[in-house]
Design a protein around this ligand. Structure first.
Ligand SMILES: *Cc1c(COP(=O)(O)O)cnc(C)c1O
Length: 461
């Protein structure tokens, strides 16, 4: 297609909605390391995992060579309510930046959860329902995952118990009401409802919580309640698998346009939206069919890739979860409460971690005030109020487009606009009032947290 014929929006038809998820691990030369049992240092078996996750999801989690998993018809039907999502050419932003670059974004905010998280929530709830379970437990940070899961459980008639990071629970009371509308129960974490919550409260009185604490509580609640399993909205291999629907749609749309993105950018908290967006493109790169650059953007206040260690660590603060090999700041790392909303997790997807270690993925940390400057500029020219998380990707896309002014390069940039920011107005308010600060951890703080990295039996002894 000629450059000036590219439409503002490219939609696929319902019939073109992907029929299978793509698992990037199938094409990775170095597979992500397996999750380990912290007690024995041995890889976790399907049997051990099936006490925490439901069966089909355990199979997906442990896979490393099967490339495609058919999307069950019921999940595809649910997807049709809000997918395929549009691929947008950001003509207005390009004009304001006066850049020769061509900027595209894949918009995942067109559902009530306001984010891409619904793509995995419906899949996980579906498999729990099919196993005949009564309900699921989970944690939520900024609230998008809790909302997405509540929507999926409400639709399928499953119980949903959400532990919400206390700082978000207090900053975002309306999120809780959305979740309750879909029938979920919501508890601020750390809470006194679980043993691990009580332990964390005793150790860190007055803590505003972290995703790591909330995960510990949700896992404990799941394994101690009959008929319940735990579900997680990011980080896990199965979540990246479900999120591949984003990248598959984006790739199909670009193929339709006859355009190849040169640089693909996404924000990274636990890595699910980025991992889903890049999956099929990375697959082509790994198979030697095409070349692309991939860039992960993370907050300077929680810089897992750019300042973390690639090591086995717990996925939760309470240290009751399995060990995953990933870029991590240490499971005792709790980001400053000043940092707005999501992207607060101490670790990173093992798949993306391996790609980063192998030099296939780049990473950059950006400061919060610069992120909100980019968010505001984007809102004013593209009309969408972006989520603070997504605005990390916007920041990097703008910076890359501005760099093209120097080089004159007509770079095709694709970024993931993972969601909208209607529930993040407290953070927008702080920004507008000039009260937003960048709180960047010192090397000493990180060193203290690294010192708590676990010794793995057999590996470190
Ligand atoms: C949860 C969330 C993220 C971060 O999670 P990832 O797993 O890294 O994608 C990013 N953007 C939005 C809108 C979110 O809700």
């Amino acid at each position: 297609m000629k450059e000036n014929q590219i439409p503002y929006k490219t939609y696929l038809t319902e019939a073109e909605l992907p029929t299978a998820w793509y698992d990037l691990r199938a094409d990775m030369p170095n597979k992500p390391a397996p999750m380990l049992d912290p007690g024995t240092g041995k890889p976790l078996t399907a049997e051990q995992l099936s006490g925490i996750f439901c069966r089909e999801l355990v199979e997906q989690e442990l896979n490393s060579d099967r490339a495609y998993f058919p999307i069950p018809e019921e999940i595809r039907d649910f997807y049709k309510m809000y997918r395929p999502s549009p691929l947008v050419r950001a003509y207005c932003l390009e004009k304001v930046l006066d850049t020769p670059a061509h900027i595209y974004y894949k918009f995942e905010g067109n559902n009530t959860s306001g984010s891409h998280k619904l793509n995995s929530a419906i899949a996980q709830a579906y498999y729990a329902k099919h196993q005949g379970l009564k309900g699921v437990t989970t944690e939520t940070g900024a609230g998008q995952w809790g909302t997405a899961l509540s929507m999926a459980c409400g639709y399928l008639g499953l119980d949903c118990k959400v532990f919400m990071v206390k700082v978000s629970y207090e900053q975002k009371p309306f999120r809780r009401e959305v979740m309750r509308t879909y029938g979920a129960s919501v508890t601020p974490s750390p809470s006194t409802e679980t043993e691990v919550g009580r332990r964390i409260l005793a150790e860190y009185p007055g803590t505003t919580g972290s995703l790591g604490c909330a995960i510990s509580e949700a896992v404990e609640a799941a394994v101690t309640t009959p008929g319940y399993r735990y579900v997680l909205g990011s980080v896990l291999n199965q979540v990246l698998l479900h999120q591949s629907v984003i990248g598959l749609e984006a790739q199909a749309a670009f193929d339709k346009l006859g355009v190849k993105p040169d640089l693909i950018i996404g924000c990274a908290g636990g890595g699910s939206n980025l991992g889903g967006l890049i999956a099929p493109f990375m697959g082509r790169k790994l198979r030697g069919e095409e070349d692309y650059r991939f860039l992960a953007v993370e907050p300077a206040s929680c810089p897992s890739f750019t300042r973390g260690r690639f090591a086995y660590d717990f996925c939760d603060t309470g240290r009751i979860c399995p060990l995953a090999k990933m870029y991590t700041l240490g499971s005792s790392f709790i980001p400053s409460p000043n940092h707005a909303g999501g992207l607060r997790f101490h670790g990173m997807s093992p798949i993306l971690s391996q790609l980063y270690a192998d030099g296939l993925l780049e990473a950059r940390a950006v400061e919060q005030t610069e992120v909100f400057r980019a968010a505001e500029l984007f809102a004013r020219c593209e009309g969408i109020l972006p989520a603070p998380e997504s605005s990390h990707a916007i920041r990097a896309a703008i910076d890359e487009a501005l760099a093209c002014k120097e080089t004159g390069k007509e770079l095709n940039i694709l970024f993931g606009l993972s969601g909208t920011g209607y529930f993040d107005l407290t953070a927008y308010q702080q920004f507008h009032d000039g009260q937003m600060h960048d709180s960047i951890p010192t090397d000493e703080e990180l060193a203290r947290s690294f010192a708590t990295l676990p010794k793995v039996p057999g590996l470190d002894e």
